[in-house]
Design a protein around this ligand. Structure first.
Ligand SMILES: [Mn+2]
Length: 308
């Protein structure tokens, strides 16, 4: 049976496109692998898939015991496939913190502090002198544009920019034009229900023994999103009760101005004030100037606030 390759639940463009690219890379080196997805493909990713005429991977809900898997773009078990604890994890290619991860057997891990998993995979192609076909270059550059918010996120490194430059030539796109079109396609959420805004990109974290969920929504107009604040709050309250969360932080990121407007709900919402040195408004919102990265800005600051 083929080894499954997948990114995290609520997959973003990096999780889908890196799984597709890593499937191609592994197939080129003679391994039997299959890219999968752990959730719905979002609109931004769909834009990339249709632009480069690539099929979305099949959906995988849970794995049987001892299933051989490779993780891309994540390692924390609560973000992974159901029953990951009993799977055989062969490899991890990632660019996130290591947490809630354990194996009984040796594992190949390649975790680097770059802006995108796709940047690491691009380097793996180069190291093995494997030619990157146009559609795979398209997948990789889409992931880099997405994770780096077109190179404006503080997570973006020179290696991501260099990789994107090389990939743009192979993919035959102007990265600024293509990238903005792709981000805008993802930021158009007008036809989605409020529940999709909140949960579409949500990730769970353990912070000093507390369960915290952080959802992020990219938009060109945060005010438009917060017109539905009553409905947003109701939906979040249900999630908090169902999962016993200490905090749900909804991060609405303005992709044109590179700020975020957050909504903090739950018994530990005071930690948001401490983490970002802000005061929540009467409806539990605050503007975080220059904050666009959940991984590099939101999670570390919030984790420290929970620990102190
Ligand atoms: Mn990523």
């Amino acid at each position: 049976m083929a080894t499954y390759i997948f990114g995290h639940k609520n997959p973003d463009t990096d999780s889908i496109c890196s799984a597709i690219a890593f499937e191609h890379f592994k197939t080129e080196v003679g391994e039997n692998v299959k890219a999968m997805r752990l959730g719905e493909v979002n609109k931004e990713t769909n834009y990339a898939l249709s632009y480069f005429d690539v099929q979305a991977p099949d959906f995988l809900e849970k794995v049987a015991d001892e299933t051989e898997v490779m993780l891309v773009d994540h390692n924390e078990f609560q973000q992974s496939v159901d029953n990951i604890e009993h799977a055989q994890i062969l490899e991890v290619i990632d660019h996130h913190r290591i947490a809630n991860f354990e194996t009984s057997d040796p594992v190949y891990m390649r975790v680097e502090p770059v802006g995108c998993t796709a940047t690491i995979i691009k380097d793996m192609y180069d190291e093995k002198n494997i030619t990157i076909p146009k559609h795979i270059a398209g997948m990789l550059i889409s992931a880099i544009v997405s994770d780096s918010l077109l190179f404006k996120s503080p997570t973006c490194t020179n290696r991501d920019i260099e990789a994107a430059k090389a990939l743009a030539k192979i993919a035959e796109v102007d990265v600024d034009t293509y990238g903005l079109d792709m981000l805008k396609a993802g930021a158009d959420v007008s036809d989605q229900p409020v529940s999709a805004w909140i949960s579409g990109d949500a990730k769970e974290f353990m912070m000093h023994g507390s369960s915290v969920e952080i959802g992020q929504l990219n938009t060109v107009d945060p005010a438009e999103i917060y017109k539905s604040i009553d409905e947003i709050k109701e939906e979040i309250q249900i999630i908090i009760e169902n999962k016993g969360l200490s905090l749900f932080l909804f991060v609405v990121t303005d992709i044109l101005n590179n700020d975020s407007e957050v909504l903090a709900i739950g018994p530990a919402k005071d930690n948001v004030e401490a983490a970002f040195d802000v005061t929540l408004s009467s409806d539990d919102r605050a503007v975080l100037k220059g904050v666009v990265s959940r991984k590099k800005q939101v999670v570390p600051n919030l984790t420290r606030a929970f620990e102190s």
